[in-house]
Design a protein around this ligand. Structure first.
Ligand SMILES: Cc1ncc(COP(=O)(O)O)c(C=O)c1O
Length: 462
């Protein structure tokens, strides 16, 4: 049962909002938004619902695509309390470890694709990706190929917010304000975003073209200078871009042909979201390195991981050189214990199989009915990861200008009806918790149909 938290009972709602407005810097938030309206304080959550200020909302985003086993699970709180009472902290530098971290490393190696047997722990997706970037340089230097420094990413990529991971991102708005210039170390290839860029090509033909754009970048830079292709199997934050069949296998073939590493950023897709434990299984490819975060603990506590294939480990652990990298809270015993319990829940409740065999197909079929709306160009999904692409003209796939905020309007209209989805540019993204029910999916589709109709009527009325 979820607990209602009243950690600061002496403060009224208005006092808390005022403190937050005055003192709290929010991620990805325009300061003007907080000046014009007080923050919405969420103070409890259970199952697929969040609550605050007397309002209860169905959260079809599972927070930020992370609360995969749902909110308010007492067994996770108990696992945290038990671990914290036993060993509240010890570091994992040098040759020290702790029981939950050791067990978690073994469990992840069992679950991961063949050959991925070693894991490094961090606290966020950005840190796991940053770690992968450092490991890639470490690896090529040890192999005597220090010129292999270029990383290829793709348009619409999102890999995090540290300086190095920001440089990988495909959205210029995230780079320019900080003066981050990817310079000569990051090359950006096409995204396999068929709906927006596929034109008259079939998805499969477009997938080949998008994969070839990666090969073209490798050839233009010279394979001897290219270290890795870094990719999200399903591009998430910029619109749930599900790749065409065969695309990722073709990218892997290209990487192998040119001796370039392939990194799967499975921060969102990892641990079940696409209906297999890893999107590598869903889309038929194998990475050399993969990163995990969100679903690893269902965000009950911050933990992330970088998993590495034996072929890389052989090189980087081949001599006495120290991997000069790590975080104070890497392999934290409490977060590791929570992640272990989270894996227990996923396995004991068969949640990943349920997504593949039942929830995923049901979700896609129901959402597809929204394509009847004049505002919906395409509905796409992989497992419980969906994008609803809005459009102005279906036939030409023309979009409304982003400044119109169409997606925000639809998102707000849905919220007024009790539903959270995530507006991302011109795409509504949905990433529900794995415990979502058919009835909750039905409710979602009804609410979105109404919200789309309301906004379409408003557009028609000018
Ligand atoms: C694919 C992907 N990679 C990396 C990140 C960064 O993770 P974090 O916010 O935990 O640093 C995200 C966050 O949304 C993500 O979606």
């Amino acid at each position: 049962m979820a607990q209602t938290l009243h950690l600061t009972p002496k403060l009224s709602l208005e006092e808390l909002q005022a403190l937050d407005q005055k003192h709290h810097i929010h991620p990805f938030t325009a300061a003007s938004a907080l000046r014009s309206a007080p923050p919405f304080l969420i103070d409890s959550a259970e199952g697929a619902y969040i609550s605050g200020q007397g309002i209860k909302l169905l959260d079809m985003m599972a927070g930020l695509g992370c609360v995969n086993v749902g909110y308010g699970r007492p067994e996770l709180a108990e696992a945290a309390a038990e671990a914290m009472n036993k060993l509240s902290y010890y570091h994992s530098f040098s040759a020290v470890s702790n029981p939950p971290a050791a067990e978690l490393a073994g469990r992840l190696a069992d679950l991961a694709p063949d050959g991925m047997n070693k894991v490094f722990f961090a606290n966020s997706g950005s840190e796991a990706n940053e770690t992968a970037l450092k490991l890639i340089n470490f690896y090529w230097r040890k192999k005597g190929q220090p010129n292999k420094r270029i990383i290829i990413t793709r348009d619409y990529a999102y890999h995090g917010t540290t300086i190095a991971t920001t440089a990988l991102n495909g959205n210029a708005a995230m780079l320019e304000p900080f003066g981050i210039d990817p310079g000569h170390t990051v090359e950006r290839a096409m995204s396999p975003f068929w709906y927006r860029h596929g034109g008259d090509l079939t998805p499969e033909a477009f997938g080949k073209k998008a994969a070839k754009s990666i090969e073209d970048k490798i050839l233009a830079a010279g394979a001897k200078n290219v270290a890795a292709v870094f990719l999200e199997p399903v591009q998430g934050t910029m619109g749930a871009v599900v790749p065409p069949a065969g695309y990722l296998a073709e990218v892997e073939r290209i990487c192998r042909a040119h001796d370039v590493l392939i990194v799967a950023d499975e921060v969102v897709t990892g641990l079940g979201r696409t209906g297999h434990w890893f999107a590598q299984e869903t889309f038929g490819f194998t990475a050399d390195i993969m990163t995990l975060a969100k679903g690893l603990s269902s965000a009950y506590l911050p933990i992330s991981a970088m998993m590495v294939h034996d072929s890389i480990v052989e090189v980087v652990e081949g001599d006495e050189t120290i991997f000069q990298h790590g975080f104070t809270t890497s392999a934290h015993p409490v977060t590791a214990a929570v992640a272990l319990k989270n894996l227990d829940i996923l396995q004991e409740e068969g949640l990943v199989d349920k997504i593949r065999n039942d929830l995923g197909p049901y979700f896609l079929a129901k959402l597809k009915t929204l394509e009847a709306s004049p505002l919906v160009g395409e509905v796409r999904a992989s497992g419980l990861f969906a994008g609803i692409e809005l459009c102005k003209v279906k036939e030409t796939r023309e979009q409304y200008p982003l400044e119109m905020g169409l997606c925000d309007h639809v998102g707000n209209a849905a919220m007024m009806r009790g539903l959270i989805v995530r507006p991302c540019g011109n795409v509504l993204v949905l990433c529900p918790p794995f415990i979502v029910s058919h009835a909750q999916i039905d409710f979602t589709v009804e609410v979105l149909a109404d919200a789309l109709a309301e906004i379409y009527t408003a557009i028609q009325a000018g």
